[in-house]
Design a protein around this ligand. Structure first.
Ligand SMILES: Cc1cc2nc3c(=O)[nH]c(=O)nc-3n(C[C@H](O)[C@H](O)[C@H](O)COP(=O)(O)OP(=O)(O)OC[C@H]3O[C@@H](n4cnc5c(N)ncnc54)[C@H](O)[C@@H]3O)c2cc1C
Ligand SMILES: NC(=O)c1ccc[n+]([C@@H]2O[C@H](COP(=O)([O-])OP(=O)(O)OC[C@H]3O[C@@H](n4cnc5c(N)ncnc54)[C@H](O)[C@@H]3O)[C@@H](O)[C@H]2O)c1
Length: 463
């Protein structure tokens, strides 16, 4: 006899949890199926532990920028304390508090592998092999996330490289680190382990520049900072061969023929969807692909109207906060509200939590032009306001606003500088709220704060 819920969510990462919780808040009954730890990658092996590894280095750099405070830093980062704090922020890889939250929210949870076995029907199989069948009166929501994609490089699997899971949960600092893939994962973890003592740290990426989807200055400024602290960045190439030597060291051959050696190799070359062994064929979908969704998060290629997908598994903005936004939209749609995930296209915020941080929301100049928008951009040095001077010496960086010149609203913003991520939400509000420049002009930034960058940018625009 199947147990029956309005909504059955497969995958209990941050996104699945939010979909189930919001469904209950909307007056529906919901069940969540998770085969590993409720909380998913973000909680245990991605966002939280990586930020915990970065924070001590960032805090020390902040203090070192400030005369009077810098003299108080006489030692080096305490690795054991950093890893201890990391373990704490990763909830010691224990999901009991997440389970408590589900219970408080009245979400039923099942530990096991979820698989669709027919229209609105899902089977959960636990580790012992016992099976329970769940029936979804209204919808099945797939929130099974993503896993690391490993490129086909000779010797790579046998060399047992680090993936993001190992690189965020390691119990000791590697003597040296080679990072393949220089995007958010690779750059954050390269800097984290460098500042914790790995030396040398080398980053290899096939692109000709860092962060190519952002304005040029973002990758350039970040690259300069990382290079200055001893991270060797090799762009425009990859590895052709990898081996782990008898002494445990990694040997890697670049496509230029040069051989690099490191204690560990981190592979951070992107993600692929977790859609295998999920029974997607029951809804007419192919396994192994991202699940295409519309702005109501309904799986557009699925037969019927009962299958939804949210989070990384959709391939749309692989970011926790965007997945959670999709989850809220999805649960509202299932609950009968008319709504759409339009922010997914126009106002996606993202922060690379390196030092300096790279924070961007909305469209770049190039993307805005592609959308036929008549664009004007304005820029200002991040550190050229009194708020930066009070924070310390030598604060560098850049800010940029992308403005729709016809509608006189901001459509994109990028900030590069220490702590730039905290500047971002003002831009997200301006973009999502379509606040006219004439109105923004009256949003006065307090003195002396870094937010005065907004005033300078608007002055450059001519206000
Ligand atoms: C190193 C790193 C750092 C990151 N830092 C950030 C950051 O700072 N900010 C940010 O916004 N994003 C960050 N991200 C991205 C973020 O981690 C993901 O976008 C987010 O985890 C996606 O959440 P999700 O719930 O969709 O998927 P996941 O977190 O992958 O969760 C999916 C869950 O589904 C479960 N599951 C899969 N298949 C089944 C099945 N058949 N049955 C039952 N359960 C199943 C899995 O066990 C998993 O728990 C980072 C990513 C990495 C790799
Ligand atoms: N702070 C954050 O919000 C944060 C942090 C980490 C990850 N994430 C998200 O997680 C997702 C995955 O991030 P990611 O950095 O792991 O992957 P990614 O797909 O963003 O970047 C992968 C990088 O690897 C490079 N690459 C791929 N194959 C290669 C090869 N064979 N040789 C050399 N280089 C190669 C690519 O050029 C690219 O720069 C992204 O959506 C990202 O935004 C977010």
């Amino acid at each position: 006899m199947a147990e029956s819920y309005d909504v059955v969510v497969i995958g209990g990462g941050a996104v699945g949890e939010n979909a189930a919780g919001r469904a209950v808040q909307n007056g529906l009954s919901a069940a969540l199926i998770e085969r590993e730890l409720v909380g998913g990658e973000c909680t245990y092996w991605a966002c939280m532990p990586s930020k915990a590894l970065l924070r001590p280095g960032e805090a020390v750099a902040e203090v070192r920028r400030t005369p009077g405070a810098r003299e108080a830093v006489t030692g080096s980062i305490d690795v054991a304390a950093t890893l201890g704090r990391r373990d704490q922020l990763a909830s010691h890889w224990d999901d009991s508090s997440q389970l408590k939250w589900l219970e408080t929210m009245d979400v039923a949870w099942y530990r096991g592998h979820g698989r669709i076995v027919g229209e609105r029907r899902v089977v959960v199989e636990d580790a012992e092999g016992s099976r329970r069948e769940l029936e979804a009166n209204r919808a099945v929501v797939v929130a099974t996330g993503s896993r690391a994609a490993v490129p086909p490089i000779e010797g790579l699997p046998e060399a047992e490289p680090w993936g993001s899971r190992k690189a965020t949960s390691a119990g000791a600092v590697p003597a040296s680190l080679l990072v393949l893939g220089g995007s958010n994962t690779g750059l954050e973890l390269a800097q984290a382990w460098r500042r914790l003592g790995a030396d040398p740290v080398t980053v290899v990426d096939q692109n000709d520049r860092l962060l190519p989807a952002l304005p040029d200055f973002a990758g350039e400024l970040l690259g300069e900072s990382l290079t200055a602290e001893g991270i060797d960045i090799r762009l425009g190439g990859s590895l052709t061969r990898v081996a782990r030597r008898d002494n445990g060291a990694i040997s890697a051959v670049l496509d230029s023929g040069e051989e690099l050696e490191a204690a560990e190799l981190l592979v951070a070359t992107g993600r692929k969807p977790v859609t295998d062994n999920l029974g997607l064929e029951e809804a007419g979908l192919s396994p192994g692909q991202y699940i295409r969704v519309n702005d109501q998060m309904r799986a557009v290629d699925a037969a019927g109207d009962w299958l939804y997908a949210v989070g990384d598994v959709t391939g749309r903005n692989l970011l926790t906060h965007m997945g959670k936004y999709q989850a809220r939209i999805c649960a509202d749609v299932i609950g009968g509200r008319e709504t759409a995930a339009w922010s997914d296209h126009w106002a996606v915020p993202g922060v690379t939590f390196t030092d300096p941080q790279v924070a961007k929301v909305g469209l770049t100049e190039a993307a805005a032009k592609d959308h036929g928008i008549s664009v004007r951009t304005v820029e200002h040095p991040f550190g050229a306001v009194a708020g930066a001077a009070t924070q310390g010496e030598g604060i560098k960086g850049r800010c940029q606003l992308v403005v729709d010149a016809d509608r006189r609203v901001v459509v994109g913003a990028t900030f590069v500088g220490p702590g730039a991520g905290e500047q971002l939400h003002a831009a997200t509000i301006a973009i999502a709220g379509e606040v006219p420049l004439e109105r923004l002009w009256h949003a006065v930034p307090a003195f002396p704060t870094l937010s005065e960058n907004w005033l300078r940018l608007l002055e450059h625009y001519g206000l």
